[in-house]
Design a protein around this ligand. Structure first.
Ligand code: KG4
Ligand code: ZN
Length: 343
């Protein structure tokens, strides 16, 4: 055993829910000693989306390499670890199973407790790697598969007060990107184009005035696709930059407006922005401005880019909370592709 203090909690965390294989070592729930991420994006790009079978095969190839690298970079040995945390849902079942199987095998071989982690809780707890969380808090969770407003009164307690009725925000980005001929996933590229264009297309702001915290992005997506197809039929060229700027203006305005309303009506001290779409520059800028102007008592936490996309460090941060609460799994732990905060 290396010379680490015994009272330290060192968690080896594993993430394989979609198209990144990742392993990390987290100290005391807050400090990232290593965070190894093997992205498979290039293998999926030519198909325009994640191919589940291809994802599983990559995870099989990468998982042990990532785990070994995570331990090596953290400068620790298996004997130093307190527990193993792993994403068991939501996500692609075959992809999740690789991480779950690897975590179970490692936990069994090294006689370590096994901590099951909800991937979406991981996205939220990425914020704890930035600064301590103060409750109650609100999270705007925006990823490729989810768009939710989650109210938390304490660690590990999740109340979904609003969610998308159809497409997730990231999904809408990826679908309109495809129509523009951009490669998958296109959120980042649309964000860049949006900063070069102007909001000239007047796309809808769905549900913005409704007295709830739900979202809808499929109408915006259809309006965007119809605009592009109509122009193609007329052999008219439209500015990609203006299309991107108009699309992003609609997404950002709806997300910011609903999030601010939620933060006014719930007694929140912090607002966390989490998930892949939290990397969006337009969203970050708009939220920073709106929170500074309208909610001066609320602290906005937006994790750095590396912690917004899928990674195991965030899973380690969430695993620490589950460990504190004594939520452990045995070797019957299975992947739960449709896992929710209430299941
Ligand atoms: O959280 P994540 O890495 O995977 C899921 O759990 O879904 O999120 C991926 C999503 C993709 O839809 C991608 O297009 C989107 O996040 N994304 C962005 C940006 N960077 C990634 N969307 C908008 N702007 C960005 N800068
Ligand atoms: Zn994710």
């Amino acid at each position: 055993m290396s010379d680490l203090k015994q009272e330290e909690c060192l968690i080896l965390a594993i993430e394989s829910s979609c198209d990144e294989t990742s392993a990390a070592v987290i100290r005391n729930g807050t400090e990232v000693l290593s965070n190894i991420i093997a992205s498979q994006i290039k293998s999926h790009q030519r198909f325009g989306g994640v191919v589940p079978e291809v994802a599983s095969r990559h995870h099989v190839e990468q998982i042990t390499i990532c785990m070994e690298e995570a331990l090596e970079e953290a400068g620790i040995e298996a004997d130093d670890l307190t527990a193993v945390g792993v994403t068991y849902g939501p996500g692609l079942v075959g992809a999740l199973l690789i991480g779950v199987s690897a975590a179970k095998a490692f936990a069994w071989a090294n006689d370590l407790p096994l901590i099951p982690v909800n991937h979406m809780a991981g996205h939220i707890y990425a914020a704890k790697l930035v600064q301590p969380l103060v409750f109650p808090l609100m999270t705007l969770l925006v990823s490729g598969g989810h768009t939710e407003l989650v109210y938390m009164e304490e660690d590990g307690s999740y109340q979904i007060i609003g969610e998308t009725r159809d497409d997730a925000a990231g999904e809408a980005y990826d679908k309109v990107g495809r129509v523009l001929g951009l490669s998958y996933p296109s959120g980042k590229e649309i964000d860049v184009l949006a900063h070069l264009g102007r909001d000239t297309f007047d796309f809808p702001r769905a549900m913005i005035k409704e007295d709830n915290y739900d979202f809808s992005f499929s109408g915006l997506k259809s309006a965007f696709i119809n605009t592009v197809h109509n122009a193609q039929q007329r052999e008219e060229a439209l500015s990609k930059e203006d299309l991107a700027a108009s699309f992003q203006a609609s997404v950002v305005e709806v997300l910011v407006s609903k999030t601010l309303r939620a933060c006014r009506e719930y007694p929140v001290k912090q607002l966390i922005v989490a998930g892949g779409v939290a990397a969006n520059k337009g969203l970050r800028e708009a939220l920073e401005k709106a929170v500074a102007q309208e909610l001066p008592d609320v602290t906005l936490i937006v994790p750095p880019l590396k912690l917004c996309g899928d990674n195991a460090a965030m899973i380690g941060a969430a695993a620490f909370i589950e460990l504190e609460k004594g939520h452990l799994a045995d070797y019957r732990l299975n992947a739960v592709p449709g896992l929710s905060f209430t299941s």
